[in-house]
Design a protein around this ligand. Structure first.
Ligand SMILES: Nc1ncnc2c1ncn2[C@@H]1O[C@H](COP(=O)(O)OP(=O)(O)O)[C@@H](O)[C@H]1O
Ligand SMILES: N[C@@H](CCC(=O)OP(=O)(O)O)C(=O)O
Length: 311
């Protein structure tokens, strides 16, 4: 068996099946949707994608599950809105922030003299309210109420603030509301610089005790190479004891801006170490969350550490 074959089939199929069943039975689920799952090729908010995500989330709600949504997309939504309403040409998200995820001081498409990071922060504040307007309307199709929470990593690290956050989440979930969380980009720049909503999601998932983390992106899971450029890239169906090998592979393939697949893998691994299953899957897959809720093989499954060591 080649190294890559060993990676792809790195988890015992029986263990993978039982973790899929456990994931399907999850009562509290955190769904994270990245920028690519909500915006078009010009980095603008894509309503068709947003409506699909909402319909997928509602599938979980109709199964009686509590759902917390972590949604990126504010910068993208701000780019489109400011262009349409104010004629500001901010460029794509990559042009605003820079291809390596750091501020691009040479950006020639900026209309203002603001530093790129300050510009991204301002874009996100315009985009966040626009994004929430669309979420509110889209969830209203299902008579589902939503709430907005803007957080920083510091809020999670400060015990009193974190307790307040937990209390708010518990109250909202008891009221059958879907909390929609994003980083508070106006006051913190971590996510804008490294695209770390993936790590924020992992911290929230363990902090509020979810039973499953689902990270949705624009590819169908974690591959042996970047599937956008490598035609031979193969889907890694499950990650468990093969984590170190997967991480090495990702380090070679992932040169993306904004965290890319690397922070998704890191976040999913972090929650799996806390005994929580995680799945990285494609937001474009039909009924993606229903598939996971019915234990169908979907995306890349992260086996909780306890499942492998118990065996
Ligand atoms: N080994 C890999 N497996 C899957 N995706 C990869 C891999 N290497 C790089 N990528 C890239 O990671 C991207 C997803 O990360 P990102 O662009 O940050 O998405 P999002 O906007 O959903 O957060 C994919 O579009 C893909 O091109
Ligand atoms: N807070 C930023 C998200 C930054 C981020 O982490 O994006 P992504 O890597 O696409 O999840 C926004 O809403 O645009």
């Amino acid at each position: 068996m080649s190294d890559v074959d060993a990676l792809i089939g790195g988890v015992d199929p029986e263990i993978a099946k039982s973790v899929r069943e456990r994931a399907a039975a999850a009562e509290r689920v955190l769904v994270k949707a990245g920028t690519n799952s909500l915006t078009d090729e010009d980095s603008r908010l894509d309503r068709v994608k947003l409506d699909k995500l909402v319909a997928d989330v509602m599938d979980l709600r109709e199964r009686g599950k509590e759902v917390v949504l972590v949604s990126s997309g504010a910068v993208g939504a701000g780019i489109g809105r400011l262009d349409r309403m104010n004629g500001v040409k901010a460029g794509t998200r990559e042009e605003v922030i820079g291809a390596d995820g750091a501020a691009d001081s040479d950006s020639h498409r900026r209309d203002t003299d603001a530093e790129p990071i300050a510009q991204s922060q301002a874009l996100s504040t315009v985009g966040q309210s626009h994004l929430m307007r669309h979420y509110t309307q889209s969830f209203e199709r299902f008579d589902q109420t939503v709430a907005q929470i803007l957080l920083t990593g510091q809020d999670l690290d400060t015990p009193e603030r974190f307790r307040n956050f937990q209390n708010t989440i518990e109250t909202l979930l008891a009221w059958d509301v879907v909390p929609i969380i994003n980083e508070n980009d106006a006051v913190a720049v971590d996510e804008l610089q490294i695209g770390d909503n993936d790590m924020l999601s992992a911290s929230i998932a363990t902090g509020i005790g979810v039973d499953l983390l689902v990270t949705l992106t624009d590819v169908d899971g974690v591959y042996t190479g970047n599937p956008k450029y490598d035609p031979d890239a193969t889907l890694i169906e499950a990650v468990g004891d093969n984590y170190d090998a997967v991480q090495r592979l990702i380090d070679e393939s992932a040169t993306d801006a904004f965290g890319g697949i690397r922070t998704k893998v890191e976040g999913a691994h972090d929650v799996s170490v806390h005994g929580i299953p995680a799945v990285i899957a494609g937001s474009g897959t039909s009924n993606v969350l229903e598939r996971i809720a019915t234990a169908k093989p979907t995306g890349t499954l992260f086996v909780p550490t306890s499942e492998e060591t118990d065996d």
